[in-house]
Design a binder for this molecule. Structure first.
Ligand code: PLP
Length: 401
């Protein structure tokens, strides 16, 4: 097989076969993303010059406050919400906790929450906590082999105690998209608040909150080329949620603590950038992902691609290389300078089979043989070439050995 070389290396010394000239080849964009080019320049003045506390009365405080509120307007604009509906948080998990715990604390008791087995741990662990602490009843809907829920089953599980529907938009491991509009309509029909974890959706699909029947929606900047530890919660119709963090009355009382102004400004810049990228480069992102799937199948035997028939994010490919341990594959890939990932790592450091893939009916062995490959707007086709060149050899070696 002839190795395709990146253009910039063709004139220079030729790398030996399978030498990675682009170290690292980063194919783990669902874990986190690099910063969007405009994000850092937008943030720097707020770290260096406009360092005032937005709550301070003087000019430096006012300058920081101006940056914060402009960022809120930009974020709201990109999501088609109103600025007063956006609460800045320290990331996606915090936004999720604020939404679910906040809503529950203002609900009737006994309370019942309807969610899904394939939700992110930030949701599932919050629900577990509520189950233990306040005897909240939780029903987790199952999924089919494609990772999809059954809307009739969802309707059937609604009870008079149901106070919240909590469903993610896009799954972090498989990319499967839940029918958020339809779920929202069911919620509205029953007058039940609807919370959506859109952490993997914002920056990957268009979000129009002005026409979306959701009440609360969490997002996280580092998943869309913004800074880490910065996120937000959309709170429709200014619903009251008691704060998780008590303190000053920042964020209109939803969250105490001096605001991360540079983070908010960076998030706003990143969101603008990624929206532009989506408009211009989403088709090529999908083409790269689809090429990966096709060539993996052509070059390697006994592979199983997950949720291929489902409505899915265009950047995500979850695939099991049967008869091997995905963890060995990840380690071998890492030695080649390729960053991909697998299901959640448990506290002991051992890799458990992904509960998401198990819920889709895979055997533990099949789930353990899985790898998540997630692409982004900085991914170059030469990286895909390199990945495809080295992968068959690595898989063969591990299977044989
Ligand atoms: N929800 C989903 C679907 C995610 O993928 C993640 C992060 O992996 C989170 C929530 C948590 O977001 P954060 O890392 O900003 O706390």
């Amino acid at each position: 097989m002839t190795k395709r070389l990146p253009r910039r290396l063709v004139a220079g010394p030729l790398p030996s076969a399978h030498q990675n000239p682009m170290k690292p080849v980063y194919l783990d964009y669902n874990a986190t993303t690099p910063l969007a080019p405009p994000a850092l320049p937008a943030m720097l003045p707020y770290l260096r010059d406009h360092y005032g506390n937005p709550s301070s009365f003087h000019s430096r405080g006012a300058r920081a406050k101006k940056g914060l509120e402009e960022a809120r307007e930009v974020v709201a604009g990109h999501l088609r919400a109103r600025p007063q509906e956006i609460v800045f948080t320290g990331g996606g998990s915090e936004a999720i906790n604020l939404a679910i715990k906040g809503l529950l604390s203002t609900s009737q008791k006994p309370a019942h929450i309807l969610s899904c087995v394939t939700e992110h741990k930030a949701v599932l662990e919050t629900l577990n906590h509520l189950r233990k602490e306040s005897q909240t009843l939780v029903t987790l809907l199952p999924v089919d082999a494609e990772g999809q829920i059954d809307l009739d089953q969802l309707r059937a599980e609604i009870r008079k105690e149901t106070v919240l529907l909590a469903f993610m938009w896009a799954n972090n491991e498989t990319g499967v998209l839940h029918p958020i509009h339809k779920i929202g309509e069911i919620a509205r029909g029953h007058k039940i608040p609807f919370f959506c974890d859109a952490v993997q959706a914002v920056g990957k699909i268009p979000i129009h909150l002005d026409t979306l029947p959701v009440d609360l929606m969490a997002f996280s900047a580092h998943k869309f080329y913004g800074p880490k530890g910065m996120g937000g919660l959309y709170v429709g119709r200014e619903r009251f949620l008691p704060p998780l963090v008590h303190g000053g009355h920042q964020e209109r009382g939803y969250r105490g603590g001096t605001e991360n102004v540079a983070g908010a400004v960076g998030m706003a810049a990143a969101l603008g950038w990624v929206k532009d990228q989506m408009g211009r480069n989403q088709a090529s992102l999908k083409a790269m992902r689809d090429r990966l799937a096709t060539e993996i199948r052509e070059r390697i035997s006994r592979v199983k691609i997950h949720a291929e028939k489902a409505d899915r994010l265009v950047n995500t490919l979850n695939v099991s290389f049967l008869d091997l341990e995905g963890q060995s594959l990840l380690m071998a890939m890492d030695q080649e300078g390729i960053c991909v990932s697998q299901g959640a790592a448990c506290a002991s450091g051992a890799i458990d089979p992904s509960p998401i893939l198990l819920a889709m009916g895979l055997s533990p062995e099949e789930a353990k043989a899985s790898v998540r490959i997630s692409l982004g707007y900085m991914t170059r086709s030469q990286e895909i070439d390199f990945f495809l060149d080295v992968l068959p050899g690595i898989v063969k070696k591990i299977r044989e050995g």
